[in-house]
Design a protein around this ligand. Structure first.
Ligand code: GLN
Length: 487
């Protein structure tokens, strides 16, 4: 077996027993990137030298008997999480040469655990998209089929995990950007409860929806990474001071008596492919055989989620992205004799078409005279969506649904049709609007051999139950063991 194929928990055992070194492991991952990333395009920046220095430091720590959960483990980080001294582009021309002077809160936590960061992963520009085609740094291909998208916006992170170009990764999820690429690439991904993980140093897209979370090869690794990055940070006023469980230690494959909510509106959604629907139903039957009980629930405001999200997220984005004006940092366009001309040239050259579309949409929705009709109304309906979940969780412990309506679609298929692209987010947006946790676990393959993910949503701060269901399912199935056939 190649070292790059290891899971985090397997590598941790070998490192602890000193059967391998982090330097060997990290070298193996860097060689893997060199060998296959030309065909995948998961990374924007590979930090080979600093990674090797980090690995050697980890080996010294292990030699001194100091080993944390992630000591010496090579990880990838989505390129919108600030890394001190390491370029952070958000896959945008406007930040093409931005080198952050500080680390994000989650990066500090990874360093404190001794993790090794091998590089920064590709994504849709500023995390706006569902296919990673909106990157200014080139597309990422799905390791299972290079003619297809890996999902997005954390497509680079998901593809890097699926193709063994890291042992695990961090992504961010504003409307599905961890769960949907995890589903399309056949890996495990978890969007934590809003406030569970610090957003300090996460470049903001939509501040009331954004959350950082893990992408991993299996549920145990996902739980390990989640424990490592969770916790209060006073530099993020929305982070919640609440104890962090040892999520991995709490895993047990016991779901006897668990109540599974099946949202009526999700299974009758237009555009749900029969293959995906069948894979989800088979997964639910499997969980029932293991002792779970199904209850039908209703989330009646689901049909409005796409419209609500695509008003609230662009509104917040239009405000957050106002800081890229060519003055303080980042790219500056020509026309420097006239301030307005400089703003215009900076922002029209620095931002790609999807980001510009969102800024225009959001500015409109927030403008005087339209605010009440659009942003205000969307916020009211958001409250109704939250209430739907509150009511549902009186009758069930978790909610199961598809992640995406279809398996990964071909590159180029939806790129000129933003509405179709937005509609494909229908199953994932509501969790962000309500602030609840959601995850994707591999639950099947299409006839063409493309991975399909099962979405598990839970109540606020109940990540433990999500992980328990996912773990039980994983123990009973073998979908997570299949690997894409990369030469
Ligand atoms: N696909 C959604 C969007 O384009 C969600 C993106 C995300 O979660 N960052 O906004």
């Amino acid at each position: 077996m190649n070292l790059f194929e290891l899971t985090i928990h397997e590598a941790h055992e070998l490192l602890k027993r000193k059967e391998i070194s982090s330097a060997e492991l990290t070298r193996s991952v860097l060689d893997r990137i060199r060998d296959v990333d030309g065909r995948v395009g998961a990374y924007i920046t590979v930090a080979g030298e600093t990674a090797m220095a980090g690995a050697e430091a980890a080996d010294r720590a292990i030699g001194d008997g100091r080993i944390g959960r992630l000591t010496g483990i090579p990880l990838a980080v989505k390129d919108l999480i600030c890394t001190r001294g390491l370029r952070t582009t958000c896959a945008s021309r406007i930040l093409e040469n931005f080198i952050p002077p500080y680390d994000a809160g989650v990066i500090e936590r990874l360093h404190a655990e001794g993790a090794v960061i091998v590089g920064k992963a590709n994504m849709d520009e500023f995390a706006m998209g569902s296919s990673t085609e909106n990157s200014a740094m080139g597309i990422t291909r799905n390791p299972w089929d290079p003619t297809r998208i890996p999902g997005g916006s954390s497509g680079g992170s998901a593809a890097a995990v699926a193709a063994d170009m890291c042992l695990g990764a961090l992504g961010s999820d504003t409307g599905g950007s961890i769960r949907q690429p995890a589903s399309h690439c056949g890996v495990v991904g978890l969007k934590p409860t809003y406030g569970r993980v610090s957003r300090y140093g996460l470049v903001a897209f939509a501040s009331s929806l954004d959350q950082i979370g893990p992408l991993a090869k299996d549920v145990t690794d996902c739980a390990l990474l989640l424990s490592a990055v969770s916790g209060h940070d006073k530099r993020d006023s929305t982070s919640v001071p609440r104890a962090v469980p040892d999520y991995a230690a709490a895993l047990r494959p016991d779901i006897e008596g668990l109540r599974i909510g099946m949202p009526r509106e999700y299974y009758t959604a237009r555009g749900l492919s029969p293959e995906v629907g069948e894979a989800i139903r088979a997964a639910v039957r499997r969980l029932e055989e293991m002792g779970a009980r199904c209850v039908e629930i209703s989330l009646p405001h689901t049909p409005h989620a796409v419209a609500v999200y695509y008003l609230i997220a662009p509104s917040e984005a239009s405000s957050n992205l106002a800081r890229y004006d060519g003055v303080k940092y980042g790219f500056r366009g020509p026309g420097q004799d006239d301030l307005l001309e400089m703003y215009r040239s900076t922002r029209s050259r620095g931002f790609g078409p999807e980001v510009q579309r969102r800024i225009i949409l959001g500015t409109y929705a927030l403008s005087a005279g339209y605010y009440d009709a659009y942003y205000g109304k969307a916020s009211q309906v958001r409250t109704l969506i939250m209430a739907d979940f509150r009511k549902a969780f009186e009758a069930c412990d978790v909610i199961l649904s598809p992640v995406a309506p279809t398996p990964a679609f071909p590159i180029g298929e939806n790129i000129d049709d933003p509405l179709t692209m937005y509609l494909s987010d229908v199953f994932t947006l509501s969790a962000n609007l309500a602030g609840i946790p959601g995850m994707s676990v591999p639950c099947g393959f299409s006839d063409e051999g493309l991975p399909i993910g099962l979405q598990i949503m839970g109540n606020h701060f109940d990540e433990e139950t999500l992980l328990r269901v996912a773990y039980a399912f994983e123990q009973a199935t073998e979908f997570h063991l299949r690997k894409p056939a990369l030469p």
